[in-house]
Each structure stands twice: as structure tokens, then as C-alpha cells.
Design a protein. Structure first.
Length: 319
């Protein structure tokens, strides 16, 4: 049996519990987004089901390492290689090693063509690959090798949890693994009628891939939860005509980051006027680096004390 489930994390966690409970005695492999998500799910399932036997939790990287027996370069080592190459080319550019590392990751993960890149950028990428040669593998190399390598890895039930976007190399790994599992379940935190699904085609591409992988139609969560229903209108940008009157969530469509943070600042002072303290207020920002200069400008203007914490990406790893 194979199934594809779409919905909120609350719904998906219930389905995950149900699947594991119904497959007691079988070998189960759960592939998750990050190590933190693995920890959260194990704690949740232990609380619900007690001690779980014959079940392993792997990240995508863990899965590819299991298939290939290859340990990839750490991000620090990869960036050190790129930094050395940039220093040799132009010492003034060595500070761009992080940006080049991210660029190489995206190109390889999605197997993008590089014809339109500048000759300089293509040369940096070429020298990086030549330096690694066949002695070192970065994370994307390991995924590529996993999709091509013969393996004795097998599992009776494969559960893919929390991955709503997949690069080309990740898809190839799952295509490889599907023949090594009897049953495949994909649990994806997305709603087909949501604004982000309708406006960003890679979500739709991922769902189509999982439909082909599981060879099943999608089962979508049906919910009357007003918070979930309101969230479906994010990125539809018609916030003045919402069919839902939600007292918990307000959607706004600011022109820029300054206007957005001005609104946040005014809301903070409304909370403070109700006898709360600044330290009791939290702001979740999906892309902190993008907002840092605007945060400093607006919060300084309004005399709002703040500090930044990047330990958890709540968008990808909700509690």
C-alpha cells in the first residue's frame, strides 16, 4: 500500500502515527527534512506510541550516505576550498565564499545549466570541481552517487515526511529507493488550494512527483480550523475580501519591508499597552538576513529593544 497525504503538520503527524502503528513488526524508514525535525517527530511518536521498534529516522543526507557509504565534505571545508580559490583569483573577493557555496549547491541540486553565468563564475565553479576531483564529495555529489549506486539498502515501509520541495538530485534518489521498499507513503505539508501552492510552481511539481512515486491520488486534509483556513489565503494578496473573520490572524500586504515593520512596531506597542513586556513578544521572520537593516532602522526609531535568534526555522520545522 502507498499513499500521498497533504495538509497541516498536525494532520500529517496523526497520519504518521497511524501508519507506524499499522505497520508494527515491519522495518520502517522515515525520511525527514532536518535533524531537528527528526528529533521532534521521535519525541512526538514516543509520547503517542511508546518505544518504537524497527523504525529508523533519516535525513535525505543520511539516506544517500547509507546507500553510498560516502561521507561528504562539511560546509566549512567546502567554503574553505572556495575561499582559497577566490583568494588566488582576487583577494578582494574572498568574502564571497558563502555566496559561491550556495550558488554551487543550487546549481548541482537542481542540475541547472550554467551557460548564462559569467565566465568568471564558471571558472570558479570549474576550479572547485577540479580541486575535489575524485577524492572529495560535497553533499550534492553524494546524492548524485546515491542515485547511480547499486545498494543492498532495503526497507519494507518508506515514509517521506515534511519535504515539500525537491531538487532534481533528490528526486533521483527517491526514484532509486522506491524499488527497494514495499510500501511508500509521502506526507507533505502543503494545501493545493493555498496561495503559496498556486503561485509557486515548484510545489505543484513536487506533488506530481510524489503522486508518481506513490502511484496514488492525493488525500488532502479537510479542516474547519479557522487559522489553517486563513493561512490558505497568504500569497493570494486579496486580503481585504477574505471570506473568513479570524480574530487570531491578520493578513496585510505592505509595499516594502519598512512598511511591514512599521506595522509590526505599532502592533508591538498595542501589546505593551496591555501590560505586556517587550521580552514576552516574539517575531518569526522567514528570511532574517533580508530584514536585518530594516529591523535596525525601524526598531531604533520606535525604541523597541530586540535580539536575533537563528536557532530554529519555524517555517520548515514547526513545533
Amino acid at each position: 500500500m502507498s499513499k500521498l497525504y497533504l495538509g497541516s503538520h498536525s494532520f500529517l503527524k496523526e497520519k504518521l502515527t497511524e501508519i507506524i502503528n499499522n505497520n508494527k513488526g515491519k522495518q520502517i524508514t522515515v525520511v525527514v527534512y532536518t535533524n531537528k525535525q527528526r528529533m521532534f517527530l521521535k519525541e512526538y511518536l514516543t509520547e503517542k506510541l511508546g518505544i518504537i521498534y524497527n523504525t529508523e529516522f533519516l535525513t535525505m543526507m543520511d539516506l544517500s550516505k547509507r546507500i553510498t557509504n560516502i561521507e561528504p565534505l562539511q560546509d566549512f571545508d567546502k567554503e574553505l576550498i572556495i575561499k582559497r580559490i577566490l583568494q588566488q583569483k582576487n583577494p578582494q573577493l574572498e568574502g564571497l565564499y558563502t555566496e559561491f557555496s550556495s550558488l554551487i549547491e543550487v546549481i548541482k541540486e537542481h542540475q541547472l545549466k550554467t551557460e548564462k553565468l559569467s565566465d568568471f563564475v564558471k571558472e570558479i565553479i570549474k576550479e572547485y570541481e577540479n580541486f575535489k576531483s575524485t577524492d572529495y564529495y560535497d553533499r550534492e555529489d553524494v546524492h548524485i552517487k546515491a542515485s547511480e549506486t547499486q545498494t543492498d539498502f532495503k526497507t519494507e515501509t518508506l515514509i517521506i515526511y515534511g519535504l515539500r520541495t525537491l531538487g532534481s538530485v533528490h528526486r533521483k534518489v527517491f526514484e532509486k529507493v522506491k524499488s527497494l521498499a514495499n510500501d511508500i507513503y509521502a506526507l507533505v505539508p502543503v494545501f493545493p488550494d493555498s496561495g503559496y501552492y498556486q503561485n509557486y510552481e515548484f510545489f505543484e511539481e513536487t506533488i506530481k512527483f510524489f503522486q508518481n512515486l506513490t502511484k496514488s491520488d492525493k488525500q488532502v486534509e479537510q479542516t474547519q480550523d479557522e487559522n489553517i483556513r486563513t493561512s490558505l489565503y497568504i500569497y493570494k494578496f486579496d486580503y481585504e475580501n477574505l471570506p473568513i473573520n479570524n480574530q487570531n490572524i491578520t493578513l496585510i500586504n505592505p509595499k516594502n519591508e519598512i512598511e511591514e515593520l512599521e506595522f509590526v512596531a505599532s502592533e508591538i506597542y498595542k501589546i505593551i499597552d496591555n501590560k505586556s513586556q517587550f521580552y514576552e513578544i516574539g517575531i518569526v521572520i522567514p528570511d532574517i538576513p533580508k530584514y536585518i537593516p530594516f529591523l535596525k532602522e525601524v526598531f531604533t526609531k520606535y525604541k523597541i529593544p530586540y535580539y536575533l535568534l537563528e536557532q530554529n526555522r519555524y517555517i520548515d520545522e514547526p513545533i
